[in-house]
Design a protein around this ligand. Structure first.
Ligand SMILES: NC(=O)c1ccc[n+]([C@@H]2O[C@H](COP(=O)([O-])OP(=O)(O)OC[C@H]3O[C@@H](n4cnc5c(N)ncnc54)[C@H](OP(=O)(O)O)[C@@H]3O)[C@@H](O)[C@H]2O)c1
Length: 311
């Protein structure tokens, strides 16, 4: 089968011919039809999992995938052959991911049926970015009327987060280059801040001199995050998803939150899919590209929503 692999950490992702994987007990083989690309795919290729999770080479990349159950191993009872599913294809040993014609997943993992009305491509864009955004809004317990700043709002996580924070009733301030401002406004941002046109801190202070209630920062390194944190009122919340928050310093200022690592599983993914199925959340797809072109998409910056590989 065709798959996108790295042959060792640090190698360039390439198209390869790999054996068809067999589903063991409690596992299903999914024929992948669409696979969402995330920054984590590049990290995985670079060696992020070294010392963290056992892994195999050639390592098939890809966490998010959607398709059809093609075969079920012994004892599988939750899924039937032919059912449309979406999930995360990362479990030990890593390296048997979703950037392939077929992938294996435990039936009790982060794997759920795709509701009617949600396309396979849309579903494939959700697992990592969408559930992380949902986790952030849940963690911060946003209340109607609060002001929230999202830094990195134009990418995968951000374009879900703008919508979910807006649904929670927040006034959303979102960073976006000028060319992407319309996109985040359509998703629900009340104001956009062009981070290439000057200090974000100064621009937000001009808009909200009394401060903001929550900061969701998806991209800033520690120093930048510390500066932006000055915008947040005491009693507010600050979250980083790249480990940039100094949690001790936040507590000293009476701010909740910290570094969030999404651990969303099947139930959270199912909840988000239901919100997409009933039209509350749109899936912002930047583009679809064939599997073969994955090497050009993995690690590419400047995301406007999600890129999805199709098979
Ligand atoms: N902790 C977790 O559980 C978790 C889960 C998912 C993702 N992540 C991490 O979170 C980060 C974001 O993920 P993602 O999927 O949203 O990435 P993405 O799709 O690549 O989006 C990142 C966005 O940030 C924008 N950006 C870059 N530098 C910026 C800056 N200085 N100020 C404002 N915007 C900026 C980019 O557009 P422009 O460059 O054109 O402005 C892009 O739209 C990644 O590092 C990812 O690995 C962590």
């Amino acid at each position: 089968m065709r798959a996108i692999v790295v042959r060792n950490f640090g190698a360039t992702p390439e198209l390869a011919d790999m054996p068809l994987p067999e589903p063991g007990p409690g596992r299903v083989r999914v024929q992948i039809e669409a696979a969402g690309v995330n920054p984590f795919d590049q990290r995985m290729a670079e060696g992020y999992l070294e010392g963290i999770m056992p892994h195999d080479f050639p390592m098939i990349l890809g966490v998010d995938g959607a398709g059809v159950i093609a075969a079920a191993g012994p004892g599988v009872h939750r899924f039937a052959v032919g059912e449309r599913v979406v999930g995360k294809f990362l479990y030990p040993p890593a390296g048997h991911g979703s950037f392939a014609e077929f992938s294996i997943a435990p039936e009790d993992g982060a794997l759920v049926p795709i509701p009617q009305g949600v396309s396979t491509v849309a579903a494939a864009a959700l697992p990592t970015a969408g559930t992380t955004a949902q986790d952030l809004v849940d963690a911060a317990a946003i209340k109607p009327g609060q002001t929230v700043l999202i830094v990195g709002a134009t990418g995968g996580v951000g374009s879900f987060l703008v919508q979910l924070a807006n649904i929670a009733g927040a006034q959303v301030l979102a960073t976006a280059r000028a060319a992407a401002a319309d996109q985040v406004t359509r998703l629900g941002a009340a104001e956009t801040i062009d981070y290439t046109a000057g200090s974000v801190t100064d621009q937000v202070r001009a808009l909200r001199p009394d401060g903001i209630d929550a900061l969701f920062d998806l991209v800033s390194p520690p120093e930048k995050l510390a500066e932006l944190t000055d915008l947040v009122r005491s009693g507010g919340a600050v979250y980083s998803i790249i480990g940039a928050a100094d949690e001790t310093a936040l507590r000293e200022r009476g701010i909740t939150g910290g570094n969030l690592v999404s651990s969303s599983g099947a139930s959270e993914l199912a909840r988000l899919l239901a919100r997409v199925a009933n039209g509350d959340v749109v899936v912002p797809i930047e583009g679809t590209i064939p599997l073969e072109q994955a090497p050009t998409a993995i690690g590419a910056g400047g995301a406007r929503g999600k890129t999805v590989l199709t098979l």
